[in-house]
Write a protein that binds this ligand. Structure first.
Ligand SMILES: C[S@@+](CC[C@H](N)C(=O)[O-])C[C@H]1O[C@@H](n2cnc3c(N)ncnc32)[C@H](O)[C@@H]1O
Length: 233
């Protein structure tokens, strides 16, 4: 498989989660008409789902290459925080079969997509959990491998995870502190927590081990991708 299968409605969510996947014409329409019309009208009617499926696959493959060496053959239980529709987890599952994937996401699309740093105010979302499930099942993952949790409504899963991944979400759009207590509860000694942040140094006060694995200096956020383990207290 070198592309993702997806319904058009999922393509719409994907371009909201990953704006770089929209073509330059659509990005110009967004600048011209504004974010409200872009997210509520343009993405509903002017997307080529096959093209988005292919581009999303390629981007997720590239993301996977940044984290691959931190996944071990005996890892089984993965947690994704703000993973969008879950393309990255599908790629992980292609390479390391039969794992279990827990997703914490939100079940609405913000009226006006902002893509900014919200700190402790965390009210932005671009997902639909039924569509996420449909998308995952259309792309060769078994229903019994996945569990999806609504951040706003559900009790979050209390498991000890092997790997926790949050690209362009935790500490990129909203403060790590929102999840701090929870992450302490669901981590063990060797749990690797991978996320994007603009304050990598700060996490040396939170974790015993912090490794920078990628620097994005060209983006608005100028973020770093870090792998952390072992909470200090
Ligand atoms: C910029 S998108 C990134 C999606 C995906 N990680 C990727 O790299 O393509 C941010 C995602 O975080 C989700 N999100 C926002 N607040 C959240 C929260 N408190 N918990 C979990 N997910 C959240 C949004 O719904 C959205 O899908």
């Amino acid at each position: 498989m070198s592309t993702f299968n997806l319904p058009k409605s999922a393509a719409r969510l994907i371009v909201l989660q990953r704006i770089e996947l929209a073509n330059p014409f659509l990005i110009n329409l967004r600048k011209f008409f504004g974010r409200y019309i872009f997210s509520n009208f343009i993405t509903k009617h002017f997307l080529n789902a096959n093209l988005i499926g292919k581009k999303y696959y390629d981007v997720m493959l590239e993301e996977f290459s940044t984290i691959e060496k931190f996944i071990e053959n005996n890892d089984e239980i993965f947690l994704s925080i703000g993973g969008g529709v879950g393309g990255l987890e599908l790629i992980i599952n292609q390479k390391f079969k039969n794992n279990h994937y827990y997703f914490i996401e939100r079940n609405y699309v913000s009226k006006k997509v902002k893509y900014g740093w919200g700190g402790m105010i965390n009210d932005e979302a671009y997902n639909n959990l039924d569509l996420q499930k449909t998308f995952l099942k259309m792309n060769d993952i078994n229903e019994n491998q996945i569990k999806i949790f609504d951040y706003d409504k559900d009790n979050l899963p209390e498991k000890k995870f092997d790997v926790i991944i949050s690209l362009l979400s935790l500490d990129y759009h909203y403060d790590f502190d929102i999840y701090l207590k929870y992450l302490k509860k669901v981590s063990k000694l060797n749990t690797r927590i991978i996320f994007d942040t603009i304050r990598a140094e700060y996490f040396k006060k939170i974790f015993k081990k912090v490794e920078v694995i990628r620097s994005d200096t060209n983006t608005v956020h100028k973020s770093k991708r870090i792998v952390c383990s072992q909470f200090l207290d």
